[in-house]
Design a protein around this ligand. Sequence first.
Ligand code: PEP
Ligand code: MG
Length: 537
Amino acid sequence: MLQGIGASQGYGIGKAVIIEDVTLDYSAVRYAGAEEEKARLARAVEAFTAETNEMIASLKQSAGEKEAEILEGHLTMLADPFMLSQMNDLIDGGAVAESAADTVCTMFYDMFAGVEDEMMRQRASDVKDVKDSLLRILLGVRTVDIGALPAGTVLVAKDLTPSMTSRIRKENVAAIITEVGGVTSHSAILARAMGIPAALSVKDATTILADGEEVIVDGFKGKVFPRPSEKEAEEYREKQAAYLKEKEGLKSFFGKATVTRSGAVKHVYGNIGKAEDAQNVLQNGGEGIGLFRTEFLFMDRDHAPTEEEQFEAYATVARLMAGKEVIIRTLDVGGDKAIDYLAIDKEENPFLGHRAIRYCLDNPELYKVQLRALLRASAVGNIKIMLPLVTTVEEVVAAKAMLKECMDELKAEGAAFREAPVGVMIETPSAALISDLLAKEAAFFSIGTNDLTGYTMAVDRGNAKVSHLYKAEQPAVLRAIEMTIKNAKAAGIMVGMCGEAAADPNLIPKLVEWGLDEFSVTPSSILQTRKNICECE
Ligand code: PEP
Ligand code: MG
């Protein structure tokens, strides 16, 4: 089994077609004089423009307007008079058209590849794509005709450029495997837009896999099974059939507004633990992110993530969600969420101890790094900040004061940021009981029924002997939920739920009746939850 990054959901079973890198060696090309070389370059640019326009038209049909914009970007790049005049200058200096195109594009490539910003780095792969196309046209090199691949093809390539992707006929491609790229790379965006399962960053895939051999791709987990055994093939055929059946049934709810029978508009969001999970939310029809559990960024490492690392994670999600709401919860550490290097003292009752907002407010040097990263990332998207395990109004006031300090610092530094609204998680009985008071300080509420159930029922969810008490349907928990919603409504603030109960079909009618605005659930439950809500009165 080969492990990569699951970049587009679904299971693909088929035969591998390896896309080899073609050689674009132009060392044998002789200089034909400045005029002729410039004319060759101009003809190549013209052919490239015609080819790209054709691809844009077909991409608009197969993937959508937004995806076609990537290729439109290629045209804009070459239309830049500066780029062309630089190529012509090199030709005047004795370079063949190929060398001129190569040198100038490589210069732009190096410029984009060297920057921190991931979106800018993506531009580097666009420039490489333009360069390769120009060289291919100038040299008259033929490539594998991606548009004519047989049905059931698993496309295997080092990288999948937007121009290659545009030629894919989705009914013929069962899955995509590449050696590079992540969830925000263009190939991932395009694969998702076409609904083709994809595993990216699969090391040495083009050498390990051979043309024509059977391969299975798990686009959820990024797993690739070359030459699967009959047992593996059977298992994945079953998974695929179950997935497709389920997906088909819920498809009519994709892209649909979440509206009850009586016309109340609701929203179904997704819960995530890693920046990459945001794509799962979109693929499953989520209208936003209702809970980003940032503690996962702090786990499985030996020191806290830097402001830059955190900024990158939050900004990635904000960009992927493209204006949709992204609710990011600040570090929820302690209790069942241990992070060794934070050296939280061993406690008799960790669930009632120095955890979450309590720990963060006492460790401003750690908390402010996160708050600064959140404020900066808010400048690139629709981010809201959420405070975990709140029990008093003072905690909210203190967190907001710390946020203000961070804003003052960022302003003084001239850094780009936006003041993000601050909301409160209602996951303790005290927060529910004072939700009228908290509503005066909070921009929104999100009910965390996982903890609210435990704390309200005084039950440890890990203890089997008392597990019958751990139920959000318990009247005490329901009263806490109802009270919270009522107080949010009275104050005119948005109220959502991000605990597991938000996806509970037995609870949804009650939550709708009480007026819950937003339901944030595991990405794979989004469409089912929307269906359940739409069936409510
Ligand atoms: C909750 O407590 O309901 C919640 C969503 O937070 P977590 O499960 O991360 O504690
Ligand atoms: Mg919780």
